[in-house]
Write a protein that binds this ligand. Structure first.
Ligand code: SF4
Length: 225
């Protein structure tokens, strides 16, 4: 279930995002997930084939140079299917940026990952935040950074522990989504949809107005790193 340590297979990256974790964060969506949650909002990331291979040192250098972001969120796809390379990625970024925070999504529960492979445990050890568990459509809920009520927001270090407690006590509401429109008429979006069917509705409405989904895995004219 884990790939080589020096290469990642990516679906997409985003340099700045404010709806997938605390503050302004980069996002890395890996390609491939062994689960098949009904209603998964990222169906194009599920096959393990077709991702963009990216060298870990190259991506680490790119992330470390994003001086206005406080960390990275790992999504997918299933990040723990490429745990060894993602752990190496975080180590390489933190050689340059020791305070760079890390959050990850997983379709597996935290307890299962703790009993997982050494690489999965190593990735867990490098995370500040984990959103765990599969998406369950029948339990869809507009929660902070999660799509269904079974998913937990877990502080694995002290970095965001107070924020997680505050969210649980006072403010566990959807962070919404971000939509970006390109000058060429393309669009992309990021975030956890607050309502079922959001993606289909958004894409249908934008496509009806002549916009086309961005599918070339590029961002701001550059190839995905
Ligand atoms: S774990 Fe996440 S990416 Fe995988 S099928 Fe479920 S919702 Fe989709």
């Amino acid at each position: 279930m884990t790939g080589p340590a020096d290469t990642l297979s990516l679906a997409r990256t985003l340099d700045r995002c404010t709806v997938l974790g605390p503050g302004v964060r980069a996002v890395v969506w890996v390609q491939g997930c062994p689960l098949r949650c009904k209603g998964c909002v990222a169906a194009e990331t599920l096959p393990f084939e077709g991702g963009t291979p990216v060298a870990v040192p190259e991506l680490a250098a790119h992330l470390a140079a994003l001086t206005d972001v406080e960390g990275v969120t790992l999504s997918g796809g299933e990040p723990f299917a490429q745990a060894e390379a993602l752990a190496a990625l975080l180590d390489a970024v933190r050689e340059r940026r020791p305070g760079f925070s890390a959050m990850a999504y997983s379709g597996f529960r935290h307890e299962a990952l703790r009993r997982g492979t050494p690489a999965q445990q190593a990735l867990l050890d490098r995370l500040d935040l984990l959103v765990d568990g599969p998406y369950v459509a029948t339990r869809h809920a507009p929660l902070r950074w999660r799509g269904s009520a079974n998913q937990r927001l877990l502080a694995l270090t002290d970095r965001y522990a107070a924020l997680v407690a505050q969210i649980a006590d006072e403010d566990d509401t959807s962070a919404g989504v971000e939509v970006s429109m390109g000058a060429d008429g393309s669009f992309s979006w990021a975030g956890v949809p607050p309502v079922p069917g959001f993606r289909e509705t958004l894409e249908a409405r934008l496509e009806a107005r002549g916009f086309v989904p961005r599918t070339d895995r590029t961002q701001k004219g550059r190839r995905t790193p």
